[in-house]
Design a protein around this ligand. Structure first.
Ligand code: KIV
Ligand code: ZN
Length: 544
């Protein structure tokens, strides 16, 4: 049944008069669905706090019905975020919506984001529903969500491949039932810009105007058009854009936040829109995501790629040195990128280190400097050149570790040879408080041997589910960044992260990092029946 207030809300602007674009970040939901991009509980909360600092308007924290872990992550993000709206995704079923509300209701500004597909392809092959049944389902789901939460986003999955007239009908119903945001995704990244313009014109012509309903675009990048299509959408009257950091997301990814935001910031002459994003937080946010997932950004990626501001050709270098504007349409500084120059060496003191961090935009506490300085000196001893990226990596590592650790890797020695089985032997010394323990073990390679030796010391059963190594900086002595997913107790996956100029040491430290996080969660994970841990739902819902 349509809500009575609807008639009062009819007005001819749809908020389109305003040039403020809401940024809906779905890095923690659509982004996290992409292969290799999974994040653990701690990382999601840390990432959400950074997204809030970045100034996005809505953080989609996850899909609460997917698993207990996912539910808890969304709930913890909702509790941690103080200013930004926090959304959870749900399908149209009542239990999905209820579970979503349970997780997001802790937020200062909660949002339920419920969706169902509207294209005939999905109706026939996936939902096995008629159009009439679908209309009823939309009405019931939005009505139910609206009873729980005053901020409800409704999405028509596969909107662009739907019959546009029928799509308009579905939108009208969702609005009548109280949806406050209408999102029309290009789920499979199929539409092209000129067609997307016609799409929105069609929808806006068929759907009566509502002053307080925001229309939203959610574009996938299968044809590399996600950002271009998002720009067409705002030019057509859309006032919310859904995107992800580094453009991660299903298949080819989602519209990249940094590209969309910098397009409207750089081309204000043509695009008279503004977002609330603090552009100087873009690069630190991108780096944080890379360091958490271990999924590298392609070097030529716009805005955040390693080469995005590198000028190789002599003629370009000459131009940039005399005046940056010759070949640079935006400055590295405007997106929070450090200049790629050598900054500090092993003779630098704490004051110099702090100053450089401040120049890079980081506010450093005395404790931060005290913790980082010995690592910086250690690094400066090992590396010929210390780059700003190295300093950022050190800081992120320090913050990720979050103070005093349960276990610390004090010593590591590994010998390896080819043609023998096992190939490597590792000796480790681990400090736990005042006590130190040593173990020796073998493995199929140096990292495997080191991990086996650490396992012997800590006496924990676990399995390495994922492992990746990245070079953070340039050159043969580049800092190696290791990310791994470690599975404890057969079902709990925890990420470990560490950087070091020595890849094996980075691997061993990343493992210790995961073990330390596990020790932190151990108390909270009581056996079923005794406490919080409920049975996991059988599988992640499909169809998104
Ligand atoms: O791509 C898509 O259609 C989605 C929806 C669930 C919003 O991610
Ligand atoms: Zn999507």
């Amino acid at each position: 049944m349509a809500r009575e207030a609807t008639a009062v809300r009819k007005k001819p602007s749809r908020g389109r008069a305003s040039n403020r674009i809401r940024i809906f970040d779905t890095t923690l939901r659509d982004g996290e669905q992409s292969p290799g991009c999974s994040m653990d509980h701690f990382q999601k909360v840390q990432m959400a706090l950074q997204l809030e600092k970045l100034g996005v308007d809505i953080i989609e924290a996850g899909f609460p019905i997917a698993s207990n872990d996912e539910f808890e992550s969304v709930r913890d993000v909702a509790k941690a975020i103080t200013k930004t709206s926090v959304a959870g995704l749900s399908r149209s079923a009542r239990e999905d919506i209820d579970r979503c509300w349970e997780a997001v209701r802790h937020a200062k500004k909660p949002r339920i984001h419920t969706f169902i597909a509207t294209s005939d392809i999905h109706l026939k092959h996936k939902l096995k529903m008629t159009r009439a049944e679908l209309l009823k389902e939309i009405a019931a789901s939005v009505r139910h969500a609206r009873k729980l939460c005053k901020d409800v986003e409704w999405s028509a999955e596969d909107a662009t491949r739907s019959d546009w007239d029928f799509l308009a009908e579905t939108v009208k119903i969702a609005i009548e039932e109280g949806a406050t945001t209408i999102n029309l995704p290009d789920t499979v990244g199929y539409i092209i810009p000129s067609e997307f313009k016609r799409f929105w014109e069609h929808i806006f012509e068929k759907v009566p105007s509502y002053d307080d309903v925001v229309f939203s675009a959610h574009c996938h990048d299968d044809l590399g058009l996600a950002v271009a299509n998002s720009i067409v959408a705002i030019e057509s009257g859309v006032r919310q854009v859904e995107c992800t950091i580094n453009g991660i997301g299903e298949r080819a990814g989602n519209a990249s936040l940094e590209e969309f935001v910098m397009a409207i910031a750089t081309r204000r002459d043509e695009l008279n829109y503004r977002s609330g994003v603090k552009t100087r937080e873009i690069y630190p946010t991108s780096r944080l995501l890379t360091s958490m997932t271990g999924v590298p950004v392609q070097p030529n990626k716009a805005v955040v790629g390693k080469n995005a501001f590198a000028h190789e050709a002599g003629i370009h270098q000459h131009g940039v040195i005399s005046k940056a504007i010759t070949y640079e349409i935006m400055t590295p500084k405007s997106v929070g990128r450090p200049s790629n120059t050598l900054v500090l060496g092993k003779h630098s003191g704490r004051a110099g280190l702090r100053k450089r961090y401040e120049q890079l935009g980081f506010k450093m506490s005395r404790e931060d400097i005290t913790a980082i300085y010995p690592r910086f000196i250690d690094l400066a001893d090992k590396k010929k050149e210390v780059y700003d990226e190295d300093l950022i990596a050190l800081l992120q590592q320090n913050r990720a570790e979050g103070g005093e650790n349960y276990y610390n890797l004090e010593f590591l020695q590994v010998t390896s040879s080819t043609g023998t089985q096992p190939a490597s032997t590792a000796t480790v010394k681990i400090r736990q408080g005042e006590a130190e323990f040593s173990e020796v073990s073998q493995g199929n390679g140096p990292v495997d041997a080191a991990i086996n030796a650490i396992c012997r010391v800590v006496g924990i059963e676990c399995r390495l589910a994922d492992f990746s190594v990245n070079a953070v900086t340039r050159g043969r002595d580049a800092l190696a960044e290791v990310n791994m997913m470690v599975e404890f107790d057969g079902d709990l996956q925890i990420a470990g992260h560490a950087t070091s100029p020595d890849t094996v040491e980075a691997g061993a430290k990343a493992f210790v990092n995961a073990v330390n996080k596990f020790k932190l969660t151990e108390d909270m994970r009581k056996p079923a029946g005794k406490g919080r841990k409920a049975k996991q739902p059988a599988e992640r819902p499909r169809g998104i």
